[in-house]
Design a protein around this ligand. Structure first.
Ligand code: ADP
Length: 258
């Protein structure tokens, strides 16, 4: 029995290595807390990379609240074939795989215990057919959990991007997420601040609502900044997040030069 399990894990690890060898760069996007806009950042970054002509995939591992398919308006179920599970493709060609696509109903709560979550992550890594893509973005659950651990132990990530909003910046939980990546030898690329400012709808003037934009925080440099914008929540609800225009050139250059 035990040797069967060992054999299974060995084969699974070989499959993961084979799948990952076809992917250019593997970048994880994490946050300390939920609801700060991590999935928005993942979606906007994927869309920006796609607009630069890159082939991009997103693996949504945020089992606590998987919103990626909703933001891209994807309702189709993934198709399984002899070579593995095929991701669903968005309007702009982003390959998307999410735990929520396996749920009968998007509102269903997913209550998983640690062991099963870790197992599901490994299975996703081993079975999803990404083929040759330039970037795979991993949307992580908030905080530190078995998902992060399983991911970082199974594959060599090229970088970790931290998402915060100004209100939760000081939270020790953000520091914990950063420390975990560092302990597992994953390079922390920097911080993306969501809801960092607002623009006046009348004159377009940028309002620094929280009065702390642009500085280095938690010892990390700010590599991107996103306004509070009703257009973002509207496009998320309509499943058209790909249509939002954002300047992520700084992050793009950073990623290209890893
Ligand atoms: P997380 O992944 O951190 O849990 P999400 O990215 O799913 O958070 O964001 C939650 C919701 O908050 C989104 O569906 C969107 O409606 C809203 N939201 C996030 N960022 C912004 C923003 N910059 N402006 C307006 N609404 C936002």
């Amino acid at each position: 029995m035990e040797s069967n399990l060992k054999e299974h894990l060995k084969v699974q690890k070989m499959n993961i290595d084979e799948r990952m060898s076809k992917i250019g760069k593997k970048i994880a996007i994490g946050s300390g807390k939920g609801g700060v806009g991590k999935s928005v950042v993942t979606s906007l970054l994927a869309s920006y990379l796609a607009k630069q002509g890159k082939k991009v995939g997103i693996l949504d591992l945020d089992i606590t609240g998987p919103s990626i398919p909703m933001m891209f308006g994807i309702g189709d179920k993934p198709i399984g074939g002899s070579s593995g599970i095929m991701p669903v493709v968005s309007d702009s060609g982003i390959k998307i795989m999410s735990m929520s696509l396996f749920l009968p109903n998007n509102e269903d709560a997913v209550i998983w215990r640690g062991l099963r979550i870790g197992g599901a992550v490994s299975q996703f890594l081993a079975d999803v057919v990404w083929e040759n893509i330039d970037y795979l973005l991993f949307d992580l659950p908030p905080g530190t959990s078995d998902v992060q651990l399983t991911l970082m132990q199974n594959i060599k990530l090229d970088g970790f991007i931290v998402v915060t909003s100004p209100q939760v910046l000081a939270a020790t939980i953000v520091k914990k997420a950063v420390s975990m990546a560092e302990e597992l030898n994953v390079k922390v690329l920097g911080l993306v601040e969501n809801m960092a400012y607002a623009s006046c709808p009348k004159c377009g003037k940028k309002m620094d609502v929280f009065g702390n934009g642009g500085k280095s925080k938690l010892g990390l440099s700010v590599i991107g900044s996103i306004p509070i914008d009703p257009e973002i929540s509207r496009l998320c609800d309509e499943g058209k997040i790909e249509n939002y225009e954002i300047d992520f050139e700084k992050i793009y250059q950073l990623l290209e030069n890893i």
